[in-house]
Design a protein around this ligand. Structure first.
Ligand SMILES: Nc1nc2c(ncn2[C@@H]2O[C@H](COP(=O)(O)OP(=O)(O)OP(=O)(O)O)[C@@H](O)[C@H]2O)c(=O)[nH]1
Ligand SMILES: [Mg+2]
Length: 430
């Protein structure tokens, strides 16, 4: 698996650009670098060079940087060519590199090398994938936290602790009680309980990480004709949803992604809720509204008169059409989608709710779907260990399984499918 044949890929984005970066990874690329620049390359120095093909024809004027192993992204020798970002130039350089025996890299192959060469653990790879996907500032910050190694350190500490506890528990079986500290059993249980609490606390914040990474679902719901679509269009800043005075105008879920305070928000306009709907399509629309409400992180419940409902924890109650009537309520925000009155208050409340989803989760590991399942597995094993009483072989075995689960998060213990799924998230050139 750990075969450092020479691979290359475009590491910058596709399309016409001022500069494109082509990355090459392999063993002993010093000769290749020297060939490009016409003399021996000092690592980490930038060389302006007329890059020529095998026939001596100029391909492009480039900057070439040589990174000697292990001080490179992949831990192998790496050459970066910065050329002009034209498709024809990139294609020609690729052809040239192929004649030198290099091949096009697979998606995620550079990071796979970095992993095998000890430059990254799988938590870092998850962080890198999240960073490359980041559209908003909050996504960028969270991905960087995960990428900068904090998560890997926490997981590694947990794993070491578990291996240690498991080893001591096994020792209780193997050694005479007189040779061991008197309270060793109690100490091991206390340590296991602390680990369990730490992991459960991290899991408790996994919703925050999910919300930042995948976006926060905000659903506009309410009776027909109250102005949901009008409000949706106002927040999105474009006429995306049809507005009319006919109740039941919106039949399907209309959604748009908006960046609010650095959070990626999936804003959804829905079919108005009414029991009297007879139209089959409207009924399907209402069922969809209910599905979206069930999955919502935040519901903006819109009324056009005094609300007849109390707000659920994830609901913001809004009374629209304040330009027409003067309904007031202490628990509701009065707005007019038509004149814009009160919208600042609604947006301030929405921002407060968005922040509260992630508040307090700042110091914990950034959990994704893969790590969540493994952490749940680890926690369940620690719980079973604690429940094993003084049955120390069962205690040791469960803690060891917990350590394996955390090892899988880091890739210390791995299977081919985990590797493929993790590196497959990455694009070409990473
Ligand atoms: N005066 C006034 N009219 C509004 C306001 N907001 C919406 N309307 C009007 O109310 C009617 C219904 O608006 P929509 O935005 O289509 O209402 P909806 O809640 O999406 O309705 P359905 O899709 O049928 O569920 C339209 O005629 C809008 O112009 C407002 O703040 N003031
Ligand atoms: Mg509508």
């Amino acid at each position: 698996m750990n075969n450092n044949d020479t691979i290359f890929a475009l590491s910058s984005g596709r399309g016409k650009s001022g500069v494109a970066v082509i990355r090459i990874s392999g063993d002993d690329l010093g000769d290749m670098a020297a060939r490009f620049i016409g003399r021996a390359a000092t690592p980490r120095c930038a060389y302006f060079t007329n890059l020529k093909d095998n026939a001596g024809d100029l391909i492009d004027q480039c900057l070439v940087i040589y990174f000697a192993a292990p001080q490179s992204f992949t831990g192998t020798d790496v050459i970066e060519i910065q050329c002009h970002g034209a498709d024809a130039v990139i294609k020609k350089i690729f052809e040239y590199l192929t004649t030198l025996g290099a091949r096009m890299a697979l998606p995620g192959e550079f990071s796979r090398r970095a992993f095998y060469n000890g430059k990254m653990d799988l938590a870092d790879v998850d962080g890198l994938a999240a960073l490359l996907d980041a559209k908003t500032d909050m996504q960028r910050k969270w991905a960087l936290r995960s990428l900068s190694g904090g998560d890997g350190k926490t997981y590694a500490t947990w794993r070491r602790d578990m291996i240690d506890i498991s080893a001591y528990a096994a020792a209780i079986l193997d050694y005479d009680a007189g040779d061991l500290p008197g309270n060793i059993g109690e100490v091991l249980k206390q340590r296991a309980r602390k680990l369990y609490d730490d992991i459960m606390r991290a899991l408790g914040h996994s919703n925050a990480a999910r919300a930042v990474r995948s976006g926060i679902n905000v659903v506009l719901a309410g009776r027909p004709n109250v102005g949901k679509s009008s409000l949706f269009n106002t927040i999105v800043g474009a006429n995306r949803a049809i507005v009319s005075d006919i109740p039941g105008t919106t039949r399907d879920v209309v959604s748009a992604d908006v960046d609010i305070d650095g959070y990626l928000v999936h804003l959804m306009d829905t079919a108005g809720l009414r029991d009297s709907a007879t139209d089959a399509i409207e009924k399907i629309g209402i069922a969809r509204t209910r599905d979206e409400m069930a999955d919502a992180d935040i519901i903006i419940h819109v009324f056009d008169a005094a609300p007849n409902a109390t707000a659920a924890a994830n609901e913001i109650i809004v009374i629209n059409k304040s330009d027409l009537c003067d309904t007031r309520s202490d628990d509701a925000i009065c707005i007019s989608a038509k004149t814009g009155a009160g919208l600042d208050k609604l947006m301030a409340e929405l921002r407060r709710r968005l922040h509260s989803i992630t508040d307090g989760a700042d110091t914990d590991v950034v959990i994704n779907a893969r790590t969540k399942t493994l952490l749940e597995d680890a926690a369940a094993n620690i719980r079973d260990a604690i429940a094993a009483g003084d049955n120390w072989d069962i205690f040791a075995e469960h803690i060891r399984r917990g350590a394996d689960a955390v090892g899988r998060i880091l890739g210390t213990i791995s299977t081919a499918d985990v590797m493929d799924a993790t590196f497959g998230q990455l694009c070409l050139g990473k």
